[in-house]
Ligand binder design. Sequence first.
Ligand SMILES: *Cc1c(COP(=O)(O)O)cnc(C)c1O
Length: 422
Amino acid sequence: MKSPIWHPYAHLKTQTPAPKVSGGQGACFTLETGEQLLDATCSWWCMIHGYGHPRLIQAIRDQAGELCHVMLGGLSHEPADRLARELVRITPAGLNHVFYSDSGSVGMEVAMKMAVQYHRLQDKPHKHRMLALMKAYHGDTAGCMAVCDPEEGMHGLFSGYLPQHHFAPAPTAAFDADKADVHHDLQALRAVLERHHHEIAALLMEPLLQAAGGLNMTSPHYVKGARQLCDEFDVLLIFDEVATGFGRTGKMFAADHAEVTPDIMVLSKGLTGGYLGHAATLATGRVHDAFIGDSPEHAFMHGPTFMGNPLACRVALESLAVFEQENYLDKIARLSELLRRELCDDTQLRQHPDVVDVRVLGAAAVIETRCADNLEGVGEFARRHGVWLRPIGRWLYTMPAYITTEEQIRRITSTMKAWFQR
Ligand SMILES: *Cc1c(COP(=O)(O)O)cnc(C)c1O
């Protein structure tokens, strides 16, 4: 019998059978047939330490022996408390409060609810819409779909079902653009704010790297300018660092490149090293303290069952300890250098008629092609080379685990390039 599993983003008529994964070690996972695949995606960007990491496994085992789960309503526990303190320590100064949830989408829902309620508590109930960017991806729940790119964001068919928000053009200046080069992008953002600020609660962005929207990269100057605009128009700034957090852009957080503190910041994916689903929504004192008051409206009415799950918090603490003790930022810098040499510096690749652009930022690299047809069959092709690649639309990318060896990175990049030379 065919498996009853309904796979994500799958076209049921054309999908190929999903092979079963039985285990994994380092950057590779193993299929039940014994076939080994080098994971160029680190499983949707979360398995930053790779598979089978002994310290992460041990942390889960130890915690399982003590406490697997308890509600966070009215109760607390050591792993949740310690992790919250660690997150406050490593995130930009001022983010001093941590609200847990169980996935990136829910973490973003929490952030948006927080922003709307914040303004309501400031007697500005008309500030109840979001301002998002084109090419944005913030998750698949209804609230999140409504702030994804409404044209290319996979959710166009739900437009009648979703609340209406505002959108500004996606930034176009490159990561290393000068301050003057972001002027045009910031003017576009300003134009929307000038017209609609009276009803905008928050500006949402995936800082520096719009990930699922095609690895669109932009400059820290843009992020800084956005912070200033938010202050000018009394709009909260929410950073969705679900994908960029924990080193992906070359610093611990994308916010660190711009030395900007958002009002609210969302973390997930790399938070637990991918070993368990979890998320954290951090808020500054300004946001948090607005909720101190006497009316019933001052309580933040949200509470996912599994928020602060002890196993997830414990493995997140271990993941962070490994990240810092083993100098992951240095590893990421080396990966980045290598990705740049292998992909950006390859003139043959850049000049290929199907290729529009090649970009690298931190441990993320993408070959942008003209249309999705240019990548038809690339997954099967890569698999024959022992590599797991899964393009998004017309973007062929890699976001490898940070422990991926130099030899393995070359195998990933040479497979990506071989597709265009075949
Ligand atoms: C993956 C992702 C999300 C959604 O996270 P889930 O855990 O899949 O719900 C939100 N924002 C960004 C930037 C993401 O990459």
